[in-house]
Ligand binder design. Sequence first.
Ligand SMILES: Nc1ncnc2c1ncn2[C@@H]1O[C@H](COP(=O)(O)OP(=O)(O)OP(=O)(O)O)[C@@H](O)[C@H]1O
Ligand SMILES: [Mg+2]
Length: 446
Amino acid sequence: MKERVLVVDDDALMLDFLVDGLGAEGYEVVQAESVSAAFREMQTSTPDVILSDYQLRDGTAFTLLDWMKSNDVRVPLIVLTGYASIDLAVQAVKNGADQFVPKPIKLEVLTTVLRRTIENNRNQQRYLASKMEQTRNERDPFLGKSKAIQDLKHAALRLAEANSPVLIQGETGTGKGVLARWIYKMGQRSERPFVDLNCAGLSRELLESELFGYQKGAFTGAVNNKIGFLEAANHGTLFLDEIGDMDGSVQPKILKVVEEKRFHRLGDVLERKVDVQILAATHRDLKKLAQEDKFRSDLYFRISTLRLVIPALRDRPEDIPLITDRLLDQLGGEMRRGPLRISDSARRVIQNYSWPGNIRELRNVLERAALLSDDGEIHRTGLELEGAPPGSPGTLKVVLQGTLAEMEEAYIRQCLEEEEGNVVKAAARLGIPRSSLYAKIKQLGL
Ligand SMILES: Nc1ncnc2c1ncn2[C@@H]1O[C@H](COP(=O)(O)OP(=O)(O)OP(=O)(O)O)[C@@H](O)[C@H]1O
Ligand SMILES: [Mg+2]
């Protein structure tokens, strides 16, 4: 297939020269004599490379670069100019031009530059594509097929591309940490560091020295210079977990990092620059804290513009089976138990419980049940749920209504269910002989 070159120049002679010359070299050449004509061309088809004069009637080659950026079009651009200067060349590269070629141009030089630019761009695209493929193939750590989670992921993907701070909110155990890492993985900074700092429970002094680092002599015990988490995260991502618990005197310094990308190490006069994307998470109601002056409202406003709220597990019960299976898989591996199974009645209990501690609680409950199980299967009886005596959510509840016979049947069902069909245990709970229970089961067709 012929490579397509879009040539943009307002000089008719130059256009003819390029169209003829490049055409003879085997390129398919499309021409435009102004920036607006080039826009029109690009709306209908995307060239492999653009060759543009710097100064045009209705703009410059940079206008084209800006347009591509804001329209998310990525075509390599080579700037040609009769007014070559170092300044302009530097500016061109800064603006995202791939090459800068001064006029007059020799055709053979130009074709070499063209070929290399196209090749470079191909390699880059291949690299990006393989990286995306790789990420897709890795197991998705943030599970959920509910609409709420699908929407959340969609929004998170867009934020991953931004450089602005993102605030992740959600009840305890909903997976805020997991989501933060996923955003990082999917973003442009995935090859750069990810630094995770939990702000809860750290005194002001410790938090400050961990975060900003210090110079020798900044305080007693500062015997060496030390870089902080912020500097360690440079060009990457800083995850401030439990930001709602961040000491009030540290907050303005974080605001400065967000707004001006500057900070001081403790005890240092030098102001340093840093480039990080900040992801912050909290299970607290930050807005309320700000209203009550327990969190700086300027920082709150700055970090909450881009906000992701993870719904509680009880609000997306359709995700429970999927997450349960994944957790069993993980736990089986971690505990070297091989694949773990789960009984139907245990599944029903899990499905109907309210999970105040969300996925973390689900994981803990499953882990405990797995430890108790000696056949690799999670049983209903192994599930220990907070404030939920056996027979509460999930199992058939015997309600005191209906005829005595109906209540008897319901209660027998419940005991059998809870004992996972173990007739000996169920009979013991019912206080009747095993043979009587067998008779009842037959009679009731259970
Ligand atoms: N979508 C998910 N799929 C599978 N496991 C998950 C998912 N989300 C979270 N987990 C697991 O649940 C547990 C809690 O996750 P995480 O620590 O990210 O929650 P959190 O919201 O940060 O909680 P906290 O508010 O207590 O800090 C972890 O063990 C994590 O591996
Ligand atoms: Mg957390």
